[in-house]
Design a protein around this ligand. Structure first.
Ligand code: ZN
Length: 227
């Protein structure tokens, strides 16, 4: 299979306007044959997307996007699951609490498995990375172009597996800047459209990884793929 992969796509499982099924159909219509469903704080759309993928010939990677904070600024993380650890009841309970904005309660559960700062009302980037990794994800810094440039070197020094070097709203120079950083410091990079809806932002496939980039991503991230 010659791959074209859009590794950041949202659906009605979070704040997108197309159902997981429709997202996969749209990917197929637009010549994308592998997607990662990266809904915010939920994996609830993945089973439906995987079923649609079998019908339309689109491979689906189970994934997620979560929001964290670095020095008061928002930093988004993408997790690409390497196994079915995301279905674990503890992880699902943590996600439910994060969706309900009960971050401290989520941290109380997490404190059984890893160090967390129990006094902060938000997840730090470091806590977010450890949370996703605990449940089997390879962890990627989402759309680094949106991060405050003053903090970028510090954020890039955190233990990410990769960065989202190709992003629909990148300039050509952004993409070459971040692909070079990724090649020098990380084991892979990702690319995605961040599609949410028609008429606003980018369409599916607005940014994607080509066949060679997808092969490198799959090999180095160990991401699970539903065919
Ligand atoms: Zn985001």
């Amino acid at each position: 299979m010659f791959m074209r992969g859009d590794l950041q796509v949202h659906s009605t499982a979070s704040d997108g306007k197309l159902s997981p099924w429709e997202v996969v159909k749209e990917a197929s219509n637009r010549g994308i044959n592998i997607i990662a469903l990266t809904d915010h704080r939920t994996t609830n759309g993945i089973a439906e997307a995987a079923s649609a993928g079998r019908k339309y010939g689109v491979a689906v990677i189970p994934a997620i996007e979560i929001s964290t904070r670095y020095k008061g600024k928002s930093v988004h993380l993408l997790g690409y699951f390497t196994d079915t650890g995301f279905t674990h009841g503890t992880f699902q309970e943590i996600l439910r609490l994060l969706r309900a904005k009960k971050v401290k309660e989520a941290k109380t559960i997490l404190s059984n498995f890893m160090y967390v700062d129990p006094y902060k009302e938000s997840l730090s980037v470091y806590e977010g990375i450890n949370l996703l990794r605990l449940f089997g994800a390879s962890v990627v810094l989402a759309h680094p172009t949106r991060i405050d440039r003053r903090f970028l070197p510090e954020v890039l020094s955190l233990p990410f597996d990769g960065i989202e070097a190709k992003y629909c709203r990148n300039s050509a120079s952004d993409t070459s800047f971040y692909t070079q950083i990724a090649n020098a410091h990380f084991s892979f990079y990702t690319g995605g459209s961040d599609f949410h809806r028609y008429g606003r932002g980018c369409l599916i496939g607005g940014a994607y990884l080509n066949d060679q980039e997808m092969r490198s991503f799959l090999q180095n991230s160990g991401a699970l793929v539903f065919y």
